[in-house]
Write a new protein. Structure first.
Length: 309
């Protein structure tokens, strides 16, 4: 099998996807905006510094039979509100350009990593299946969904082999806090720094938290076993509120002598109350299942950030 190009392979999820591809014996090329390769990437991976919106950078990396995993995105939900025009222009042209170049190059498959946490919007039923109506509340969710629809257009009209994944709320040991996403990392960093944690509503929002290694394995399951033109949720099917996360962190904080201080604010209009994903389709198609329980995953993040109790 030809090489696999991971666009955004130096990011939080991308690093784990790249390592798993390497461990599976795949030749991997990582395309990222950083000037140098992330030191956590396997040394045998080829790293290319550049922006994939630049066709002269992208074209030489595509070849007949190669796989492409597109994880690149310039924004997060919070920043998309601050500048929705930037969210649009920095993401969609590059995504559509990739679909055009992939069609011309004869790639084996393009896997687009979308967002199960934002494209659906307010839930009409829980857990959310892939057939649930899509009504995103953020510019980020709108552009993610638009990129999906462009991908399906290229699939239907040009025969481009495309698979879409919609991960739930990823967390893990090396997630950066205070980036506008990632409540678990943000809460742990706040506790360690003796800062208040903001809850929007008494319990906060309910989310489907899934460890980043399970997200990465789900992406590869969809890449290897998904149907062309298929869309697959990647989640645990279990909802956990912000308050529940803090309850799981409480014994770890107590053992470290760290208080948990919270500030309850009014709910935000752009936060959906609950987002829990049904991943039955991916499980039945590939046999994938999440493997890291939330309490164990949170303890791993705590130990990596704060140290063992």
């Amino acid at each position: 099998m030809s090489h696999c190009l991971v666009i955004g392979g130096s990011g939080f999820i991308g690093r784990h996807v790249t390592r798993m591809l390497h461990e599976a014996g795949r030749e991997v090329i990582v395309l990222g905006r950083r000037p140098h390769a992330d030191p956590n990437l396997p040394s045998t991976c080829r790293y290319v510094s550049g922006d994939y919106s630049d066709r002269t950078t992208l074209k030489p990396l595509l070849s007949p039979g190669c796989d492409v995993i597109d994880l690149a995105y310039s924004t997060v939900p919070k920043t998309s509100f601050e500048d929705p025009i930037f969210d649009l222009l920095s993401n969609l042209p590059a995504s559509v350009g990739l679909l055009q170049e992939g069609t011309a190059s004869g790639v084996r498959r393009i896997l687009l990593v979308s967002s199960g946490g934002t494209v659906y919007g307010p839930a009409k039923s829980l857990p959310i299946t892939e057939d649930h109506p899509t009504s995103p509340l953020s510019p980020y969710g709108i552009t993610k969904l638009t990129a999906e629809r462009y991908a399906m257009m290229f699939h239907r009209i040009a025969g481009l082999p495309v698979v879409v994944t919609r991960p739930a709320n990823a967390y893990g040991d090396d997630q950066r806090a205070r980036t506008g996403q990632g409540f678990i990392a943000t809460a742990i960093e706040a506790i360690a720094s003796d800062r208040e944690i903001s809850l929007y509503g008494a319990e906060g929002t309910i989310r489907d938290y899934i460890h980043v290694t399970d997200v990465a394995s789900g992406i590869l399951a969809a890449l290897n076993h998904g149907d062309d033109g298929g869309t697959y949720n990647i989640g645990t099917g279990v909802g956990t509120s912000n308050a529940d996360i803090l309850a799981l962190l409480q014994p770890l904080a107590n053992a470290a002598g760290k208080p948990i201080r919270t500030r309850v604010l009014a709910p935000r209009g752009f936060d959906v109350e609950a987002n829990i994903l049904d991943s039955t389709r991916l499980k039945q198609r590939s046999g994938w299942n999440p493997s890291i329980p939330l309490a164990a995953g949170i303890a791993r993040v705590w130990n990596s950030c704060v140290g063992p109790a």
